[in-house]
Write a protein that binds this ligand. Structure first.
Ligand SMILES: [Fe+2]
Length: 546
């Protein structure tokens, strides 16, 4: 791993161990403000004339995200050479114009404007387009001089309180570049969905070989800049450059707005708050975390409130879809207590079952429970990372995953109690609970039980786990532990170990769930099938085949 950090991150290091005692003073604030913010007078770089951009700067495509009823967030990042530091651009700001139209041919442009692509932010552009109509589809593009970006499609959410009949979304996760082609994204781009929820492991920190690992490229050689474990801001920026230059991922982003949250690999495997995988020095890890969080914001369609303050970033947030759905997007990495019992699959102990164990952190737990209590939405959907439902080890040894909610049972119980306590005040509305999950590289469909120890327990909701896009390689429809998994977990209604994505259609009477899988990912020609189709009835939760 590289131990080089950029000067500004190094300058921010002092005192980071004492971060909990710092607020907006100190090292974290130094990091955030020394670089200035886009569009502010403090942005210091000179201007580079657009005519000086002599090769295509739109190699990473376009994206949109976090639809609101009156606005959408548009994203691009200029990088003529995405696999070198600075994306092949000088340390100068570049003027980018954008336009948003109600038609794909841009005959009816409804908004246009100009933003600076600042070198301090990797020449990324985030446009928060305001004043739009609710529940509308729009098309957008960017321009630098004579260079025009691909066209993206986005949409706004319905108006608050709107009596929405249905809403369709996808859940995806875990797209390790060097373990396969993004064929699932290519098919996802063709789906008719209102939004895509990405529940984490958007990129992986591990070194990527010159042939792209399992992709086994014969038509190109990947440079040394990706054959290292990411540690610095440049490393993470270049890694996003590699991932974002994939044509299938670009197609999915261009086709649908994304609502993203992270898991661990956007920084480092199985980290917990300020504790790294290797339990190294906290200051070193927080520097790495600050670099990773900054690159994450630069490379995702996220708004200004998500802009990181050094090693801290407000990623948990709420998206409303009229009266039909409230989406609570969680961050289960940044605030969690360390995994109990040394992580891995372990027998539950007093340490894992301690009340003090928390996965979202106590503030975020309260935010979620309060949000549920005030929810006016029929479906309350929680988009998050790690498996929520109890998973008994299929080998029968009684161990549970200490990295998942099973390693934080008191935290999970506080949420379940909060959910149940909020039900009476909401009367006949707001009774449907759905949890979206990534992380595990297999597809699961769970009934969320009131009592995990009792298979006849009341069902409170459903958990829809997306398999990986690529991570883990081709996989198989029925992994070797398939029968044992289902037998030892009666609330597990669906299990498949291929790659793919999952589609959910929320309606007033029910939600339909379709797990889509691709036949293989180590070659780019995998075929798509629907591996499982289930429904969960409003007022009578539980996954049943349809
Ligand atoms: Fe993963």
């Amino acid at each position: 791993m590289s131990s080089e950090y950029s000067a500004e991150l190094r300058a921010a290091a002092r005192g980071l161990e004492r971060r909990r005692f710092l607020t907006l003073s100190g090292a974290a604030a130094t990091l955030a403000f020394t670089v200035g913010l886009p569009g502010m007078a403090s942005a210091s770089a000179p201007e580079l004339a657009a005519t000086q951009v002599t090769s295509n700067p739109f190699t990473l495509g376009v994206a949109s995200g976090d639809p609101q009823h009156n606005s959408t967030l548009l994203w691009t990042r200029l990088a003529p050479e995405p696999l070198v530091a600075d994306g092949g651009l000088p340390a100068a700001r570049i003027s980018v114009s954008w336009e948003l139209a109600s038609d794909e041919q841009f005959r009816r442009v409804v908004r246009r404007g100009q933003e600076w692509a600042h070198p301090e932010f990797g020449h990324s552009v985030h446009v928060d387009v305001q004043g739009l109509s609710p529940d509308r589809e729009y098309h957008y593009r960017f321009r630098v001089g004579t260079w025009v970006s691909p066209v993206g499609r986005t949409r706004t959410a319905p108006a608050p309180g709107a009596p929405v009949r249905s809403m369709r979304f996808a859940n995806v996760s875990c797209q390790r570049y060097d373990q396969g082609y993004y064929t699932a994204h290519r098919y996802l781009a063709q789906e008719d969905v209102h939004a895509v929820f990405h529940t984490g492991d958007y990129l992986y920190e591990y070194a990527v070989s010159a042939v792209g690992g399992a992709r086994a490229y014969t038509d190109r050689v990947l440079p040394a800049t990706v054959s290292l474990e990411t540690a610095t801001l440049d490393d993470y920026r270049i890694r996003y450059g590699l991932y974002k230059s994939d044509p299938d991922l670009m197609a999915a982003h261009a086709a649908h707005p994304f609502v993203v949250t992270w898991d661990d690999h956007e920084v480092e495997n199985n980290y917990a708050d300020e504790t790294s995988e290797t339990n190294g020095p906290v200051a070193d890890f927080l520097l790495r975390r600050a670099a990773a969080y900054r690159a994450y914001w630069e490379n995702q369609p996220l708004r200004r409130p998500q802009f990181p303050n050094g090693p801290d970033m407000q990623l948990y947030r709420r998206i409303n879809w009229g009266r039909l759905a409230q989406f609570d997007v969680l961050d289960t990495r940044q605030y969690r207590t360390d995994q109990a019992n040394g992580d891995g699959w372990k027998l539950p102990t007093a340490a894992s079952e301690a009340e003090s164990q928390t996965l979202p952190g106590l503030d975020q737990e309260k935010w979620l429970i309060d949000g549920w209590a005030r929810s006016k939405a029929q479906w309350n959907v929680v988009a998050q990372q790690v498996t929520f439902s109890r998973r008994a080890n299929p080998n029968g040894d009684g161990t549970l995953s200490m990295d998942s909610w099973d390693g934080y049972p008191a935290s999970r119980q506080r949420l379940i109690d909060g959910w149940k306590n909020g039900l009476p005040s909401r009367g006949n509305s707001g009774r449907e609970l759905m949890v979206l999950t990534g992380d595990v590289h297999v597809a699961y469909g769970f009934d969320i039980l009131d009592d995990w120890a009792d298979p006849a327990s009341k069902v409170l909701g459903t958990e829809i786990v997306a398999t990986s896009i690529t991570s883990g390689g081709n996989g198989s429809a029925q992994p070797s532990n398939w029968a044992n998994y289902l037998a030892r977990n009666p609330h597990l209604k669906f299990y498949n170990g291929l790659r793919g994505y999952v589609l959910v259609n929320l309606g007033r009477e029910s939600a339909d769930v379709d797990w889509k899988t691709v036949s293989r990912v180590t070659t780019p020609d995998g075929t798509l099938v629907t591996a499982g189709s289930f429904t969960t009835e409003a007022g009578n939760p539980g996954l049943v085949t349809r």
